[in-house]
Design a protein around this ligand. Structure first.
Ligand code: KG4
Ligand code: ZN
Length: 354
């Protein structure tokens, strides 16, 4: 089975072809074309929805052609077309969703609408052999949540951020430090040369029951320090970056630890592992801390390569493959969903068995 996946929910235009790997649990990525629009948005310090939608239109057909070429496959030999239908910026979602439906219609192939968060949650099954149920930590520019993944289409949110997303916190702090967008990778780099103990930033929600996150207080505390320093010098910036990152790592580790407990209580069994996804999951300090936590809890840790944690088409195609195998396809009138919580699944219209 081979599925083409289209991703346009944020500022990456991405198309990939993924096939099933026979006899193994994982999939094989035949092509994975990603065009980042970062350069077009950098001047504004963040993603501008209108610019994003237009940029997706400019490149999408070319990228679809290229993904097919690189995979050395003709469109007629695909088994299905999958496209991210949300959550995300509505203009961009419309572009990819409409292209996916048009392709499916023209080829007479099944169409599959993918929840972008579901794609991040299922990535670990593309790269590794992993059975359900497992715990997924999704940390990106728009989302921060812990999800119990009990099966394809069977998700339960255990906790999420009550204010800023993790990536948003990284980006906002980077902006205060006058670092270019996106700020996450910049902070990580500077933190390597900074003193993480110089500023004692708050660790919101630490020790709190449940698995919710809160990050805006931490961001505000950084802002106050920056204001106090007036014009932070290079070492101040490195120390602020290191101290901020240390705080966010502590918060994430604490929330995941609590999430593992909550998972076992609420699902009645322990997770098969912890998987991470979303752009922030590329962060080395966060990964290392989660490796330690999992070792401590006796939990398997599955961290897909950074390129597959960030937004790309292969994870959409893979989620499409997982659904196709279970007969879960969608109608061509499937509407884009700017907001689409993962556990909203029961209301979803689809064909086939659940
Ligand atoms: O998943 P993603 O590519 O896009 C969505 O938001 O859906 O995530 C982008 C976010 C940005 O906020 C970026 O600053 C953050 O991921 N990010 C990082 C790192 N690389 C990307 N944050 C911390 N450390 C990194 N190395
Ligand atoms: Zn994402």
């Amino acid at each position: 089975m081979r599925v083409l996946g289209i991703e346009t929910t944020c500022d990456e235009t991405a198309v990939a072809v993924v096939s099933e790997r026979l006899g193994e649990a994982g999939g094989e990525i035949l092509s994975n074309e990603v065009l980042s629009q970062i350069a077009r948005h950098a001047a504004y310090g963040g993603v501008v929805p209108e610019i994003a939608a237009r940029a997706h239109i400019d490149v999408l057909d070319r990228l679809i052609r290229r993904a097919l070429e690189r995979a050395a496959i003709e469109a007629k030999d695909l088994d299905a077309i999958a496209a991210a239908a949300g959550p995300g910026l509505i203009g961009g979602v419309l572009v990819g969703l409409t292209a996916g439906k048009a392709l499916a219609l023209a080829l007479g192939k099944p169409f599959i609408a993918i929840n972008h968060l579901e794609a991040h949650a299922l990535t670990a099954r593309l790269t590794d052999r992993l059975d359900f149920p497992f715990l997924a930590l999704l940390i990106s520019g728009g989302h921060t949540q812990l999800v119990a993944v009990n099966g394809v289409g069977d998700y339960r949110r255990l906790g999420s951020t009550v204010d800023d997303a993790a990536g948003e916190a990284f980006d906002k702090v980077a902006k205060m430090l006058e670092l270019p967008y996106p700020g996450g990778p910049q902070i990580e780099k500077l933190a390597l040369e900074g003193d993480a103990h110089r500023f004692n930033f708050p660790r919101p929600m630490l020790g709190r029951e449940g698995a919710d996150f809160s990050l805006s207080g931490l961001k505000t505390a950084v802002r106050q320090e920056v204001l106090k320093l007036q014009t932070p010098n290079k070492q101040d910036v490195r120390d602020l970056a290191a101290s901020f990152q240390a705080a966010i790592v502590d918060v994430i580790v604490d929330r995941v630890r609590s999430g593992v407990r909550l998972f076992t209580e609420s699902e009645g069994r322990a997770p098969q592992g912890l998987v991470i996804g979303g752009g922030v999951a590329a962060n080395g300090a966060i990964r290392r801390a989660l490796v330690r936590l999992c070792a401590e809890c006796g939990l398997r840790f599955i961290s897909p390569p950074a390129a597959l944690c960030a937004d790309n088409g292969a994870i959409i195609a893979w989620a499409g493959l997982e659904r196709l195998k279970r007969g879960l396809t969608d109608d061509l009138d499937f509407a884009p969903r700017p907001r689409w919580p993962l556990d909203a699944e029961p209301s979803r219209s689809h064909h086939g068995k659940a």
